[in-house]
Design a protein around this ligand. Structure first.
Ligand SMILES: [Zn+2]
Length: 315
């Protein structure tokens, strides 16, 4: 009996031990595996989240970069705009300043330029004497065909008047035949004036004016050529009328000139110094006296700084 119960008890203990060993084994294998699986899953999820977060972060960084770029571009634009505004303000100031200056400097003095074309002639000496008598300086647009009056070229310069070119031959059909002809004639009169007076002439008057309609060559082309030589061409806005075929009286010449002077702030008066025009000489003292009797009028010689009166422009 006791043997049986002993065997039974041992069997049970072994059984219990077996169960314990199996149990322990199961616990030792299953639990870490399950835990590993769990941790693995968690890690995977976390990794996914991290990746998502990283990409979100990167996207945000990108947006921030774009924003920053936009912002700095905007700042740059604004700086440029501000600089432009400042610059404009400065130039407005300068303009206003100039306007104010010109307003201050602007006086109502009329300017009269007496110009004599076609000389020298037998009358040049008398004209120069009259001008001296009234203390007036004028402008002589001379031609080179009068080499008999070489002394007069010098007198014009020595007595302080302006000397300008009016072509060498004054023969329209020759000088206006072609640009080459005009150039040749231009250099001939320029060289002649330089040789006789020592002055390099810088003003020119086209025979017939820049608006003449007889020239066979485009006048704009000739105007351009003259300017390219550093020479300014002057036409006139007041004609004395002394070159009309019918000889005008001195009184008529004076009246024509005075009408023009009354009309303009700056008058460039066309007169002639030729052997055929004594009435110009006769009109001159009366004309000067009438001009000098006016208030705020001055008679001046044309210089390169004089604002040009031009019928035709080279543009
Ligand atoms: Zn002429």
């Amino acid at each position: 009996m006791s043997d049986t119960s002993n065997t039974e008890r041992r069997r049970r203990r072994v059984k219990r031990l077996k169960r314990m060993i199996v149990g322990t084994f199961v616990v030792m294998i299953t639990f870490p595996t399950a835990f590993s699986i769990y941790v693995g899953c968690k890690l995977h999820v976390t990794n996914n989240n991290l990746a998502e977060m990283t990409s979100q972060y990167e996207a945000q960084l990108g947006i921030t970069g774009e924003l920053q770029e936009k912002l700095s571009e905007e700042i740059k634009q604004r700086e440029i705009a501000e600089a432009e505004v400042a610059e404009a303000a400065v130039s407005i100031n300068i303009e206003q300043h100039e306007e104010i200056n010109s307003f201050v400097e602007q006086d109502n003095t009329k300017k009269v330029y007496l110009t004599f074309d076609d000389g020298p002639s037998i009358y040049t000496g008398q004209i120069l004497d009259i001008l001296d008598q009234y203390g007036v300086k004028a402008t002589f647009f001379v031609t080179g065909e009068h080499s008999d009056y070489e002394e007069m070229f010098k007198e014009i310069v020595n007595r302080g008047h302006s000397i300008g070119m009016h072509s060498n031959t004054h023969i329209y059909s020759e000088i206006y035949k072609s640009k080459e002809n005009f150039e040749k004639d231009f250099f001939a009169i320029r060289d002649y004036i330089m040789k006789t007076t020592g002055v390099n002439p810088v003003i020119y008057r086209f025979p017939g004016g820049s608006s003449n309609t007889v020239s066979a060559t485009d006048m704009e082309e000739l105007c351009r050529f003259v300017e390219e030589q550093g020479v300014t061409y002057f036409d006139w806005n007041v004609s004395s009328g002394d070159a009309t075929s019918q000889t005008l009286s001195a009184a008529r010449i004076v009246a024509n000139c005075m009408a023009g002077i009354n009309n303009y702030q700056e008058s460039v008066i066309l007169m002639h110094d030729t052997s055929a025009k004594y009435s110009t000489v006769a009109a001159l003292p009366v004309l000067i006296e009438q001009i000098q009797a006016m208030e705020d009028v001055e008679i001046l010689p044309i210089t390169e700084d004089t604002e040009a009166v031009q019928h035709k422009t080279s543009e």
